[in-house]
Design a protein around this ligand. Structure first.
Ligand code: NAD
Length: 243
């Protein structure tokens, strides 16, 4: 029960990795406020539905979570969207969506959460970047760029806010078996189960990640066991390096 008495806000809580993070935090004693467009199916102590593209919603989320839970010790900026294609195939809408959800929303949430955490004596923020934010990946130029941006923001914030007792780190998954990955396969005409099994063969560990594999690392970064980690980008990739 590492998180007894801790209060956490998780965005993208209805998605594959987000739902696993919420389950794991609650199983270890945390009170969790869940944020996503629709959180009606997610068990939690507080429900804060909304659209992260709405700046006022993102700005207000940390205070809403603090008010609902009686404090805010942990923020997990997990929500994300993926747009595919090279720059020449990227629409203005893809650009606005990707930057809005993957970069601007976590920026707004961190900006609002840091003073709340500082006043309470500290806290932990875990952002979700990607292996594709550390090195380039093919045919997803803007997605990779947004994940590089959140990775950089994490390193900078980790440095800038350590003295306030706030540890800010990021998890960097490679492929994870979630709706984000599976709908991508389906859109391209592949059977998701077959594609996930085939992709697993390319991973040294023999399978792609399940959401729980990522959630466990997020919980570690949010826990006191990571007390000396600030601005770290932790790859969780089953041994598969992005070329
Ligand atoms: P997912 O699609 O299952 O979940 C993402 C969640 O974010 C969804 O529930 C969605 O509703 C929410 N979201 C998206 N836009 C939103 C908005 N405007 N307002 C509110 N909520 C919004 O995807 P996932 O695989 O669980 O992804 C979680 C995180 O992990 C993302 O940041 C993603 O980029 C990252 N990631 C995923 C993989 C992978 O292979 N699945 C790999 C590396 C990184």
């Amino acid at each position: 029960m590492r998180f007894n008495g801790r209060r956490a806000l998780v965005t993208g809580a209805a998605g594959g990795i987000g739902a696993a993070i919420v389950r794991a935090l609650r199983a270890e004693g945390a009170k969790v406020a869940v944020a996503d467009r629709d959180v009606s199916g997610v068990e939690a102590e507080a429900h804060l539905p909304g659209d992260l593209l709405d700046p006022a919603y993102a700005d207000a989320l940390p205070e809403a979570a603090r008010a609902a839970l009686g404090g805010l010790d942990i923020v997990v900026n997990n929500a994300g969207v993926i747009t595919r294609g090279r720059v020449t195939e990227t629409t203005d809408a893809d650009w606005t969506l990707s930057l809005g959800v993957n970069v601007e929303a976590p920026f707004r949430i961190a900006r609002a959460a840091i003073p709340i955490m500082e006043e309470a004596g500290g806290g932990a923020i875990v952002n979700t970047a990607s292996c594709w934010g550390l090195r380039p990946g093919p045919n997803h130029a803007v997605y990779c760029m947004t994940k590089a941006a959140i990775a950089s923001l994490t390193q900078c914030m980790g440095m800038d806010h350590a003295h306030q007792g706030i540890r800010i780190n990021a998890v960097c998954p490679n492929e994870v078996n979630t709706p984000m990955l599976r709908t991508g396969f389906a859109k391209r005409g592949f059977d998701p189960d077959t594609a996930v099994a085939e992709l697993g063969k390319t991973v040294p560990l023999g399978r792609i990640a399940e959401p729980e594999d990522i959630a466990d690392v997020v919980l570690f970064l949010a826990s006191d066991a990571a007390r000396y980690m600030c601005g770290a980008l932790v790859e969780v990739n089953g041994g598969k390096a992005v070329a």
